[in-house]
Ligand binder design. Structure first.
Ligand SMILES: *[C@@H]1O[C@H](CO)[C@@H](O)[C@H](O)[C@H]1NC(C)=O
Ligand SMILES: *[C@@H]1O[C@H](CO)[C@@H](O)[C@H](O)[C@H]1NC(C)=O
Ligand SMILES: *[C@@H]1O[C@H](CO)[C@@H](O)[C@H](O)[C@H]1NC(C)=O
Ligand SMILES: *[C@@H]1O[C@H](CO)[C@@H](O)[C@H](O)[C@H]1NC(C)=O
Ligand SMILES: *[C@@H]1O[C@H](CO)[C@@H](O)[C@H](O)[C@H]1NC(C)=O
Length: 510
């Protein structure tokens, strides 16, 4: 503000001090919307590195991911490797147990299977086995990237997948979902220098792959025990890498234009329609996707199963797939906004972040003490917990927790499988207030994306009693704060500037 206005500014700010914080009102519906099924993320590709860390750190990491003392995720996506043939980055080249038809080495990929076992030991209820590529001998080019699914090898691929799933189930690890074509729209490069595993599955091949897998599960009596997730296309609409194109056009394309090609034929064989959201759709595009699925596959639920890597702010500016590491509350709340979008706008029941643990700091934590807490343009915002990419040479086994961890903990701790969403209406209702309930409790997860504090006056469909609350902001990390105040069915929930809060209520009068 120019100098000559400073007296006026002072007068205005004195006036503002006497004005109460913004109060807005909303009402919780007694009619529930969706029942939640899971919150989680993927075990790729960090297990390769974290397996090498001291066991105390591996145990700490497992606690941070899998227990309610940490994120308390209810979904873990184990990446069944394709052998990494043709992938030049060893971290992204998980071994496969496949030796030859019917011959397996279940000691392969000790890194991935260690954290799979940890997730199971900690009681994560929903374990998915997802696959980027068939083992090299079964693909069109005999590599684990750059090639394509071969229809004639569908039965052999299905036998392999179900053999592996049965092996782990017999070992006590309840794999309950299989995704056999993660991002089938991309073969991820040219061997021997692919950046990761990948196998193109053309839209007209996808029903072949799904039905071969379903037939194999069915022949072993497993089709009601293990659900098929498909097809994990990268984008709900069209995926533009160029951020400006994306902002200007917000197009629709990939998933919903391809579903008509394969989905109707196998819709009864698919448990949930899983999609990624790397196109970062607007609310309107998200709804177009949801409604399109409703018309193609009535009664089927969609799962948001992978997303990461957007910079941007909680007021929805700058969102889109891009390089850049931003560990601050601003970007963590931007991402919380995406979770709200899937749950409230999309009405979806399941949400997985991509990699959870990442080495994409873009800076050197040993030489730069602010590395893990300061945004930079060299890293990637693809994790909640980070580690030093140079750990093997410098012996730095520290885990760096960023704000995204504390923000996701609100969802992981309270949006448990079986809880339900109670829609919120009224003038203060917005797309960043999520009310979830079970038989005893309402949990209100509310974001304030603004830089000024406000208060939500919330009316429940019954008398409730405020119990406790938790706050994540620039200065707080899931800190316990005062419970809401009020009585009967109407309560005040203070929302700090730029924060995410969870207020807990018993479903009975105090
Ligand atoms: C199985 O895989 C493990 C891990 O890579 C390896 O050490 C072992 O030699 C393999 N066993 C066989 C029989 O190939
Ligand atoms: C796996 O599922 C079986 C049958 O539902 C159950 O008894 C067992 O406790 C589950 N194991 C784990 C580790 O969740
Ligand atoms: C686990 O790691 C976090 C993050 O580095 C650290 O704050 C915490 O003290 C560790 N806990 C244990 C038990 O080592
Ligand atoms: C309901 O949710 C609360 C808060 O997450 C939890 O403490 C409680 O155990 C849940 N109750 C049931 C019956 O699941
Ligand atoms: C944030 O600001 C917008 C625009 O003024 C307002 O509509 C919204 O209610 C505010 N949200 C909160 C949680 O304070």
């Amino acid at each position: 503000m120019p100098h000559k206005f400073s007296t006026l500014a002072l007068a205005i700010s004195c006036t503002l001090i006497s004005v109460p914080t913004d109060v807005f009102s909303a009402t919780v519906s007694s009619t529930v919307a969706q029942t939640f099924l899971g919150i989680g993320g993927s075990g790729a590709w960090w297990p390769h590195d974290l397996f090498n860390f001291p066991d105390s750190v591996r145990q700490n990491l497992s606690t941070l991911l899998f227990s309610d003392a940490g994120l308390g995720i209810s979904s873990y996506r184990y990446n069944l490797g394709g052998g990494g043939v043709g992938v030049s980055n060893p971290v992204r080249a998980p071994q496969t147990p496949y030796v030859s038809a019917g011959v397996y080495n279940f000691s392969a990929d000790p890194q991935g299977t260690f954290f799979l076992q940890q997730a199971s030991n900690f009681g994560v209820p929903g374990i998915t086995m997802f696959i980027n590529s068939a083992p090299a001998p079964l693909t069109s080019n005999k590599f684990s990237c750059g090639g394509q699914f071969v229809n004639a090898n569908g039965p052999a691929y299905a036998t392999y997948i179900v053999d592996v799933a049965e092996h782990w189930r017999e070992a006590g690890i309840n794999i309950s979902y299989i995704s056999a074509m993660n991002e089938p729209d991309n073969s991820f490069g040219t061997p021997p220098t692919c950046g990761q595993e990948g196998m193109l599955v053309e839209p007209n091949q996808r029903s072949v792959l799904v039905s071969d897998l379903w037939n194999e599960l069915n022949s072993r009596g497993l089709s009601n025990t293990i659900g098929i997730l498909a097809d994990e296309t990268s984008a709900m609409g069209k995926f533009y890498l160029n951020l400006l194109d994306f902002i200007h056009t917000r197009p629709l394309g990939t998933a919903i234009t391809e579903y008509p090609v394969w989905l109707p034929e196998v819709v009864d064989m698919v448990a949930h329609i899983a999609h990624h959201a790397y196109d970062f759709p607007s609310d309107a595009s998200y709804l177009t996707y949801i409604n399109s699925v409703k018309s193609i596959a009535p009664g089927k639920s969609t799962w948001m199963s992978e997303i990461c890597c957007s910079v941007g702010t909680p007021t929805d500016t700058g969102i889109g797939f891009a390089e850049g590491f931003d560990p601050t509350i601003n970007n963590a709340l931007m991402w919380a906004g995406l979770v709200f979008q899937s749950f409230i706008i999309g009405g979806e029941a399941h949400y997985d972040f991509w990699t959870m643990v990442s080495n994409g700091l873009g800076c050197e934590p040993l030489t730069d003490p602010t590395c893990a807490t300061t945004a930079n343009s060299e890293g990637w915002t693809d994790g909640m917990i980070y580690y030093d990419p140079d750990y093997a040479t410098n012996g730095n086994f520290e885990l760096y927790i960023v704000k995204h961890f504390w923000v996701y903990k609100h969802f992981g701790n309270f949006v448990k499988p079986g809880t339900q969403r109670n829609p919120v209406t009224g003038s203060g209702a917005n797309d960043v207030t999520l009310v979830v309930s079970n038989s005893t409790t309402y949990s209100v997860i509310a974001m304030n994306p603004n830089t000024t504090a406000s208060t939500l006056s919330l009316t429940f469909p019954q008398s409730v009693c405020a119990k406790t609350a938790f706050l994540t902001s620039a200065t707080e990390n899931f800190a316990t704060i005062a419970a809401a105040t009020g009585k009967g069915s109407t309560w005040s929930l203070p929302l700090s500037a730029t924060s995410l809060s969870t207020y807990i209520f018993d479903r009975s009068a105090c």
